[in-house]
Write a protein that binds this ligand. Structure first.
Ligand code: IMP
Ligand code: MG
Length: 177
């Protein structure tokens, strides 16, 4: 089966606007406190950097990364999660926001949440750029959501298919032909 780039689903302008809103919301919600953003590599790096630039410069905000993989090089979840890079900053007693590119089955998020909870985080919220319908595996609500999208495979703005297309400035559907 071949795949080709389809229509733009979310424009760079809409992405920029939502990232600014989410950054401002986080600044309000954590005003006077500190927060640690834990971004899930690789797909969330653009989302992280755009949201981060809209968090109040006076706020104490830390950033770290975790790398997990659940997809291999296909477009269907394998159902297993492998931790490839663990976080390095202290988590115990900290307020955490997990920064994720897209929540599909919710499996990745459920695992990451549990890992951070086990490390003694004081609170954990989730910021996801995209949410697909039917995230049955994750039981909590997503605290900050960029966009809800239909159940198609999307690429761009950090999201890949077999490591390609992360460089696209807009989010586009990857069509099967
Ligand atoms: P989940 O564990 O099924 O929720 O899958 C989450 C992970 O799968 C995301 O962090 C992405 O890396 C990847 N993923 C899910 N859907 C898509 C998609 O449409 N495009 C690119 N990656 C996706
Ligand atoms: Mg991801």
């Amino acid at each position: 089966m071949n795949r080709v780039l389809g229509k733009a689903l979310i424009s760079r302008e809409d992405i920029a606007r939502r990232c600014a809103e989410i950054g401002r919301q986080i600044s309000q919600d954590y005003a006077g406190t500190s927060v640690t953003l834990v971004a899930i590599l690789k797909g969330s790096f653009m989302f992280l950097s755009d949201v981060l630039r809209h968090i109040d410069p006076e706020m104490h905000v830390e950033v770290d990364f975790m790398s997990v993989s659940s997809y291999g090089d296909g477009t269907a979840s394998s159902g297993t999660i492998v931790i490839e890079k663990d976080i390095e900053v202290a988590i115990r007693g900290r307020d955490i926001i997990i920064v994720e590119d897209i929540v599909d089955t919710g499996l990745t998020l459920t695992h990451v949440y549990r890992i951070l909870d086990d490390k003694g985080a004081r609170s954990i919220r989730v910021a996801a750029l995209l949410e697909k319908p039917g995230k049955s595996g994750y039981e909590r609500k997503l605290d900050y959501v960029g966009f809800q999208i239909p159940n198609s495979f999307v690429v761009g703005y950090g999201l890949d298919f077999a490591q390609r297309y992360r460089n696209l400035p807009d989010i586009r559907v990857l069509d099967e032909i």
